[in-house]
Design a protein around this ligand. Sequence first.
Ligand code: AOS
Ligand code: ZN
Ligand code: ZN
Length: 388
Amino acid sequence: MATLTHDIEATLAAQGIELPSWAFGNSGTRFRVWTTAGTPRDPFEKIADAAEVNRLTGLAPSVALHIPWDKVADFGALRRHAEELGVKLGTINSNTFQDEDYKFGALTHEDDRIRRKAIDHHLECIDVMDATGSRDLKIWLAEGSNYPGQTDMRARQDRLNDSLRTIYERLTGEQRLVLEYKFFEPSFYHTDVPDWGTSYAQVATLGDRAMVCLDTGHHAPGTNIEFIVMQLLRLGKLGSFDFNSRFYADDDLIVGAADPFQLFRIIVEVIRGGGLNNPDVAFMLDQCHNIEAKIPGQIRSVLNVQEMTARALLIDQPALAAAQSANDVLGAQAVFMDAFYTDVRLALAEWREGRGLPADPMAAYAASGYQQKIETERVGGAQAGWGA
Ligand code: AOS
Ligand code: ZN
Ligand code: ZN
């Protein structure tokens, strides 16, 4: 069995992964949104479900909100509700992808009225941050074009920069802007923020509190994502992760499910770059649980991140450094893979018990009665979902 040193235990104890409120709502694909018994009917219930994940794992101290999906009359009340349940409100995600006005762009739109409307939406999100105590405004833009020649890509970059500057200037104190990139979808020819380089080029002109958000599902197949992690940490511009996993496109599946080795490699670079438990880097999930139960889906997700973190921390760093500097190709790879192949599940279960947490949070949830309770209580009314 793997042995977790005191240093590793201390690092694991400080780990926190932010949950997305939308993971608890109904979701699906463009073909169908599935319904699930017990799904939250409002943001207060989404927070309650997120708090349950944290109660059983000790790993999920905050919840990201999406505006307007999680719009409530009194954000102060939502904040108090979260704090009473032992969690905080985290990143505020803007939404410029569900309004008819934004068909041809939002922050890049050539019509000043529409661009101003999109900017104002972000200023409203910052008002929400003021009320919730959130630090980060996360911007993912669904803008771009479908056909070569359709639009002036360069002019759009200039308008984007102007819009982002207006938003950035409204931030106060510790508040930050994180700009997410994605190389396709819903536009298929070009997107206005397709890659880390574009996000970096945009945020670098704004200031220290503008950073890049890396969603693991937003790269072409085969991309060396850990290289991007390394580079952004090296440049001091990795603001946050949206963790999920994918087989084909932006699948938003459970992190570590499709490719645990990739998650391991990413965390190795996070550790190498000083990003683990570094408040400058926010670790979030961006997932949907279309067909599986949502709360256990989130529990499994944070446990996967914890497990790969423990394995990455087990790398024999002096041995790896020695093999690397001797150009011992097979030796270095053996050290690396030895950590990846180490089964840490029993060690983590014992460690959890020692901290007053269930050894097996999945089993503890199943035995808790929480699922039966919400399925009974949350009948009737409109269930909140992706986009609702
Ligand atoms: C979209 O593909 C992005 O991953 C965004 O982070 C988005 O806001 C999130 O998936 C919620 O829809
Ligand atoms: Zn994302
Ligand atoms: Zn995405």
